[in-house]
Ligand binder design. Sequence first.
Ligand code: NI
Length: 181
Amino acid sequence: MAVQPIRIFGDPVLRTPAQPVEDFDKELRNLVKDLHQTMLEAPGAGLAAPQIGVGLRVFVWHVDGESGHLVNPGLDLSDELQEGEEGCLSLPGLAFDTSRALKVVATGFNEYGDPVRIEGTEYLARALQHENDHLDGVLFIDRLDREQRKLALKAIREAQWSGEPAPAVKVSPHPTFGRAL
Ligand code: NI
């Protein structure tokens, strides 16, 4: 159990759909611990397994002082939308206005294989959608409107970490104030 290096944009693992968890074993519980520790150390508000190089459908979050994790999640989204800034620990220092569903009902399993159901609104809903996207190889910059996406691609080109294979050093401090996902 340890803090793991966070994979940065450009790493193919971030674009690879993750596989469902089949064994709810000690290895899975160690993965959940690593995700929590790495997220809190970053600090961030959420982290998905592919972001530490593990291609399994698992993510964690820490929003409004509460932590949680979900294995093999499925999301049900409200039609009502929210607007707001979003960032990602795999795109250090960047934050852009991203439209998301206002409410989410997430179902899945805990680390012991018990079924769980999480209801989230506002930032928790945003975090659940962002992390679930990571499991499909989708990044928040894919969700931006045309104008924001243009700005994001420019910021990526200009970022210190851009074009480096797997930089070990994260950009800090960044403007997401620990709210990156
Ligand atoms: Ni992210």
